[in-house]
Design a protein around this ligand. Structure first.
Ligand code: PAF
Length: 279
């Protein structure tokens, strides 16, 4: 497996794969890899011949009051995990490699990025779109894989790819959960034992909502109220709970099975967790 630290070298590698007639996939990550990330590599390998994984904690998607400095790292383990999953390349740039000190250009999606997590984190998706656009230009992938866990992020990136004509197929890979239902996240490491136990209320509430839809419930208000009650009872206070159209993210009053999703973010003890479910 190749390890690149410069944009030029990753780009040259990707171009060489393409000249050889091979399809290149990209899995963008911020490292501290877990089973969820590894499932993205496996998914990419179903669609491509060679998969590159980028590991870069992107400073521009963190507000000054967020956890950029504390974001967990374990680079050596991450490299070994990528190799174990069959990745062909890892890209490990420094912030200086990614951002010239006088960088003054942003990529911003202006509709889907505004609500939900974007309302709480106003600069977040601008940072995500900017770094992902840069990674797309550097790695020139045919396919890029993102996790459904960050549902809004995938919708925003798909819109950016459509609007800016990136010739890249975006794949949304299913959420990977711990056995007890908690959606895997690098930030789960911040949870106390009590908060983690109570956090099971998020997935429990979403699974119950999906079951209710399968039994005929169609009212978004009823589903949202029941989810709020379940997580609040465990001390996880919802920032938002919304039944939405899975592509436009517009809030819905009535569920349409097949094209609706529920997005959820909750807070407790200064921590914030997100989860979602396709209906
Ligand atoms: O989902 C993430 O880990 C990040 O937002 C991403 C897509 C790697 C961009 O920094």
């Amino acid at each position: 497996m190749e390890i690149f630290t410069t944009a030029a070298n990753l780009h040259a590698w990707s171009m060489a794969q393409k000249r050889a007639g091979l399809k290149v996939g990209l899995v963008p990550t911020m490292g501290y890899l877990h089973e969820g990330h590894l499932s993205l590599i496996r998914e990419a390998l179903k669609h491509c011949d060679k998969v590159a994984v980028s590991i870069f904690v992107n400073p521009t998607q963190f507000a000054p009051n967020e956890d950029y400095d504390a974001y967990p790292h374990k680079e050596e383990d991450d490299i070994a995990l990528c190799e174990g999953e069959g990745a062909a390349a890892v890209f490990l740039p420094t912030p200086a490699e990614m951002y010239p000190t006088d960088a003054s250009t942003w990529v911003e999606e202006t509709v889907l990025a505004k609500g939900y997590c974007g309302a709480q984190r106003p600069i977040h998706f601008r940072g995500v779109c900017t770094v992902v656009a840069k990674l797309f230009n550097i790695a020139a992938p045919d396919v890029a894989v993102f996790g459904q866990k960050d549902f809004q992020q995938v919708a925003v990136i798909r819109r950016m790819v459509r609007d800016l004509n990136f010739p890249i197929e975006i794949i949304r890979a299913p959420i990977i959960r711990d056995e007890d239902g908690l959606a895997k996240s690098s930030r789960n490491t911040y949870l106390s034992a009590d908060a983690r136990k109570a956090a099971l209320s998020l997935s429990r509430a979403l699974f119950a909502a999906k079951a209710a839809v399968e039994q005929g419930e169609r009212s978004a208000a009823t589903l949202e109220a029941s989810i709020r009650a379940t997580t609040t009872a465990e001390g996880w206070l919802p920032d938002y709970v919304n039944v939405v159209d899975s592509e436009t993210l517009m809030p819905l009053e009535t569920v349409t099975p097949g094209t609706s999703a529920i997005l959820l973010a909750c807070r407790r003890e200064g921590l914030r967790l997100i989860d979602n479910i396709l209906l």
